[in-house]
Design a protein around this ligand. Structure first.
Ligand code: HEM
Length: 372
């Protein structure tokens, strides 16, 4: 079946085999009324449970209600299959400054530090609440976000949103590794759903890590990374492979034979230089270079039309989940920002961090219940 169960100890949409399409949205909470916010979270939870099961957002549905009233579903997903829709929620640091939540804020849930080379646009960064909707049909993902925004009218307003296509990661062993817009396989050495020990160590928040309401949750980092693809496309194959540290065809680490071979950091080539340059992306991002840091990457490609200067506005909407951003995304991005040769071809334009609570297990449970 193409239904991903909505309930469970962890939220769906994290280790769920990455779907093909993304609609990500960040909301600002515009009400001061805590009860109104809680009611919206209850309504959202009910709508999300229905939509992920392939049903209308509301109980009455798109076309069965009072003809004089606006329908409780917008209708564009009528007749479409569930398409493995997952809807994942996260809470941003700014939410905890209000509604008496300060004491519940996890210490690690802080706006990300500034990294060398950042060219962030505040208007498309941050947000109080994030929703990640993933599905194998773009219309199903958009329908989910649109209906949550409709239900939240007057309580939240859309701060920014991002469409993505062509998953840039595998999150399950059975998935073939897809390619990003640089043309390279992406997600080879990702954390995978089957690696339950590693997931416990690196992905899911464990008891005692922070406030109890986050146990079984995970921290979400988003980075919209513009790729200067026209410049990239003028660099030679050898140069591209040197920057990434892998062969473009097979995805194997330079000097190795097969995609899943371990990268070799010790061998040197005929020129006396390391096979994997110290400035190559896979070397700088590798756990051995970052005190064992690992994260689950779940990004998507984007092309937001063109920029009016004859260039495609294209790139990678980077998404990573982890148990502790201070031990995963932050040190890895510091190492990349300082030395990655890929930096010449990418610009980070938006940034977000969100605390994603555990999944819902009780029938009357709702998103954020343990927090409010
Ligand atoms: C690996 C591309 C940004 C972290 C890789 C690989 C590619 C790639 C092709 C090798 C295949 C794989 O193991 O998945 C890109 C591109 C980026 C980008 C094109 C920007 C547009 C980032 C960022 C981070 C990151 C911002 C985190 C701060 C990693 C990690 C690995 C990796 C952890 C696996 C390293 C290993 O364990 O061997 N990336 N990446 N990447 N990347 Fe990126």
């Amino acid at each position: 079946s193409d239904v991903v169960p909505f309930a469970g100890p962890n939220q769906a949409g994290i280790v769920t085999p990455a779907q093909d399409r993304l609609h990500f949205v960040a909301f600002d909470v515009i009400t001061k009324d805590r009860d109104k916010l809680v009611q919206m979270l209850r309504d959202w939870t009910a709508a999300a449970a229905r939509m992920t099961a392939g049903r209308d957002a509301g109980e009455i549905g798109a076309v069965n209600g009072e003809p004089e009233a606006p329908p409780d579903d917008t209708g564009e997903a009528l007749g479409l299959p569930p398409s493995s829709l997952t809807i994942t929620i996260g809470f941003g640091p700014s939410l905890f400054q209000r509604f008496g939540l300060a004491s519940q804020r996890p210490a690690v849930l802080e706006p990300l530090p500034r990294f060398t080379g950042d060219t962030l646009d505040a208007a498309i960064s941050g947000g109080d609440i994030a929703i990640q909707a993933c599905a194998n049909d773009p219309q199903v993902a958009v329908h989910a976000v649109r209906n949550l925004a409709r239900i939240g009218m007057g309580t939240v307003s859309v701060r920014w949103s991002q469409l993505g296509f062509g998953r840039t990661s595998s999150t399950a062993v059975g998935q073939a590794t897809p390619r990003n817009l640089f043309g390279f396989k992406d997600g080879t050495r990702n954390l995978k759903a089957e690696q339950t020990d590693l997931l416990r160590e690196h992905l899911w928040v464990q008891p005692g890590d922070g406030p109890d309401w986050m146990t079984g949750g995970s921290y979400l980092v988003t980075r919209k990374i513009r790729m200067l693809i026209e410049t990239w496309d003028r660099s030679s194959l050898t140069e591209q492979e040197g920057i990434v540290g892998r062969y473009k065809g097979s995805g194997a680490p330079l000097g190795a034979d097969a995609e899943f071979d371990e990268p070799d950091f010790t061998s040197v080539g005929a020129d006396g230089q390391p096979l994997l340059a110290t400035t190559s992306h896979v070397r700088l991002a590798h756990p051995d270079t970052n005190q064992g840091a690992r994260m689950l990457r779940r990004g998507y490609n984007f092309v937001d039309g063109s920029d009016g200067l004859g260039r495609l506005n294209a790139g990678l909407f980077f998404i990573a989940y982890q148990r502790d951003p201070a031990k995963a995304f932050i040190p890895v991005q510091r190492s990349l920002a300082a030395n990655d040769e890929m930096n010449e071809y990418v610009r980070h334009v938006s940034s977000g961090i969100f605390a994603c609570p555990p999944g819902l297990t009780a029938p009357d449970d709702y998103w954020g219940r343990a927090l409010f």
